[in-house]
Design a protein around this ligand. Sequence first.
Ligand code: UN1
Length: 513
Amino acid sequence: KQELADVLHQLGIKEINPAYSTGLEWGGKEGRTTRDILSPADGSLIATVNMATAEDYDQVVTTAQQAFKTWRTMPSPKRGEIVRQIGDKLREHKEALGKLVSYEMGKILQEGLGEVQEMIDICDFAVGLSRQLHGYTMHSERPQHRMYEQYHPLGIVGIISAFNFPVAVWSWNAMLGGVCGDVMIWKPSEKAPLAAIACQNIIREVLAENDLPEGVFNVIIGDAEIGSLMANDTRIPLVSATGSTRMGKKVGEAVGARLGKSLLELGGNNAIILTENADLEMALNAIVFGAVGTCGQRCTSTRRLIIHENIYNQVKDRLLKIYPKLPIGHPLDSTTLVGPLIDKDAVNAFTKALEAVKKEGGNILTGGEILSGAGYETGTYVTPAIVEAENHYEMVQEETFAPILYLIKYSGDVENAIELQNGVKQGLSSSIFSTNLLETEAFLAHWGSDCGIANVNIGTSGAEIGGAFGGEKDTGGGRESGSDAWRIYMRRQTNTINYSRELPLAQGIKFDI
Ligand code: UN1
């Protein structure tokens, strides 16, 4: 308890945290509803936050608009320098922030620390990127003409993040947006706002130390209504949203209706294919980490295992030996591998999904219980489930944000497995375990996996920040994080310059006046 109090103190979390934009602390509960933030680990009240109103939102937008005027005039490498300082401060606070993420959201400490490491990594990436925001130069068809393109800052980026990665996914957006010259308005999940406030405190220090204006990075703690204001707001040219497909469709429709840009990172229904040529020892580690890591609450979590019939029983037996031994408990206990689900609603969704899949013919091999007794008083701890199922079952087609792994048998060639793997609405992450080149290349071919992420001999979760992250179909199509994902945060402009004394028209058109 004392240790957690120290962690909160180090991160500047007061008992009651107002909704605020950088530099502006709007005190008091007056006119605002409040929300108690309870740890899913032990049910304790960590803090109470005041939820922002529509007026608060407007004030944040005005602050951000103001800050944009200064921020966009700074050379990009200078903005990179600010991001470098943010990365340094994150290094300093890695332990504390990792613990807070873990305590507030319930992922085990190793994963909490991993999440902060993703933030540090994206800062480093963004610093380098700040000197590489380049476009092409083209040869003009006209003599003494030059064509090139440049990328300008876009404006305000609205970032709606989910509870399961309460800080990392924001940082992918914010650090890239930051070096690109944008200003950010971040609406974290109302289920995990404290880690966001902690990040904001870190950033405010950096901004103050560099005499930078309030409002380059803003946080607004609010519910879906604030999200909807952002989606409909023409002052926000880009809305980046992470969460369920249901939420993403609403955001995408609203942003699309005003012809804004959206970057959607939505549900996944990720599968690992195990062919007869899989290295099972490697695969088992990947499967278990993918299926029960973050208690099955990653968008990249492994939900389906598509196994060749010849090795099906062997894989099943091995998994059934591992699962009952998984240490389930407090996420800050170093021996724990499976922490709690975020809340009771998530537990209900888990048990409902299992009931429903059973009705469809699914066979629950292990797990599915809600734990009770000492250490499990919150009712948020469950035993991860393994279910024999068929790909077409309604529940198998859905993303249930909980540790349920469906075992699906295939026979014949790898093409049959790929067809099953692609046979869902979502298209985020996918993986194959095989040491056979023909199989792995088929999986990577254009008729192979239809997902945004396709891995060979690596599980579905735990992507590095250097690649573009996102997926197809119901996953929303957006790409964030590494590679050239930065381009969406900028306004692209094509410039043609005539340095001759003639005015030839393109396409050879004659137009003499
Ligand atoms: C998410 O679950 O929204 O690839 C993001 C992973 C992490 C990011 C997950 N690096 O599992």
